[in-house]
Structure formats: structure tokens, C-alpha cells
Design a protein. Structure first.
Length: 188
């Protein structure tokens, strides 16, 4: 890894005037990666794999929100990142508490269905898929297929022409229904 070329103040000034400045983003990332990683690691009690994934999530959110027009002071940015790290880690911990078997950031499907089929268990997985999708409306089957394919809520909403909120509610209801079926032993 190379060292940052700019001071943090210079980097923030450049990102404030041009949020797509790749050199400034690189400097910001290099300068703040240890800070973000350390903050997130504290929340997940040092789990290095989870901390690295969550730190990446923090930078993805930072790139999405681009708050540089109002965060021009390095101390303000660090405070903002501290809150963002806490929120990202809290969301991760909530997911773990809802489903302790999930120890990754792989997305909503990992919370519901077993790992993808291998040649040894392909027929069992196909039976599970058939059982879980049985009785679902065509729209819910399509939603389940998109989840299995790895699409996130925003992508599914865009593909279906529905709003993000409507799609998120449909996904939540579908996950609840599938969890009940799995808990009741319908999927085994």
C-alpha cells in the first residue's frame, strides 16, 4: 500500500469540490482505513474477517452519501465515520442475533436457505427448493429466484418496477414465511 499524497484537509477540500476525484478517494481510503477498521473491530470484538467486511461497508456507504459538502473538517469526518462504524456493526450484530448460523455479509438469502447445492446434496437441495417455493404466488417465486441469484433489494425493486419500500416489505414477508416453513420441518 502506498502512502497518502495529500493531507486529510486537502483531501476533504478536493472531495468537496469534486466528489468523484479518484486520487482524493484513494488518499482518503489509505489515510482512514486503519481508523475505520479499528472502530469496527471494537464493535465485533476483534473478529478480523467481519471487521474487514464491515470496514469495506463503511467506505461503500461513505462513497454513496458523499457528505463532503458539509464535512470539511477532519475531526467532523472522524466523528461521522465513528457513528457510521457503530451503525454498520450494530446492523451486523442484529443480523447475527436473528440468525446465529449466519456469520457473513452475504445477504438476505444466507439468512433463509442452506448453502448452494453440491453434487452430493443436489437432489436434497432441489427437494428443499421445490418444497419452499410450493404454494408461493408467481410473484413470490420470482422474488425468491432473484434472492437466490444474489440480487439485493434495490436491484429487485428496479427490476420489478416496484418501490424500494414495497420490495423490502415483500422480501421480509417472504423470509418470515420461509423461516416458519423451515422451523416447522417442511423443508426437511
Amino acid at each position: 500500500m502506498t502512502a497518502p499524497r495529500l493531507t486529510l484537509e486537502e483531501t476533504l477540500a478536493r472531495l468537496s469540490s469534486l466528489p468523484t476525484d479518484e486520487a482524493a478517494w484513494t488518499d482518503l481510503y489509505l489515510r482512514l482505513w486503519p481508523f475505520v477498521l479499528g472502530r469496527v473491530a471494537r464493535h465485533v470484538h476483534g473478529s478480523s474477517t467481519a471487521a474487514e467486511d464491515l470496514a469495506q461497508e463503511v467506505f461503500l456507504r461513505l462513497a454513496h452519501y458523499k457528505p463532503f459538502d458539509r464535512l470539511t473538517n477532519p475531526d467532523e469526518l472522524r466523528a461521522y465515520l465513528t457513528v457510521m462504524c457503530r451503525n454498520v456493526a450494530s446492523n451486523y450484530i442484529r443480523r447475527l442475533l436473528r440468525n446465529p448460523a449466519t456469520d457473513s455479509l452475504e445477504g438476505p438469502l444466507s439468512e433463509v436457505l442452506p448453502a448452494p447445492a453440491t453434487s452430493d446434496n443436489a437432489s436434497a437441495e432441489e427437494d428443499l427448493w421445490r418444497t419452499l417455493s410450493e404454494g408461493l404466488s408467481p410473484r413470490d417465486r420470482e422474488l425468491l429466484s432473484l434472492l437466490v441469484a444474489g440480487f439485493d433489494t434495490r436491484e429487485i425493486a428496479e427490476a420489478s418496477g416496484a418501490t424500494y419500500g414495497t420490495t423490502a416489505v415483500r422480501m421480509w414477508r417472504l423470509r418470515q414465511r420461509l423461516r416458519r416453513r423451515l422451523a416447522a420441518g417442511e423443508g426437511s
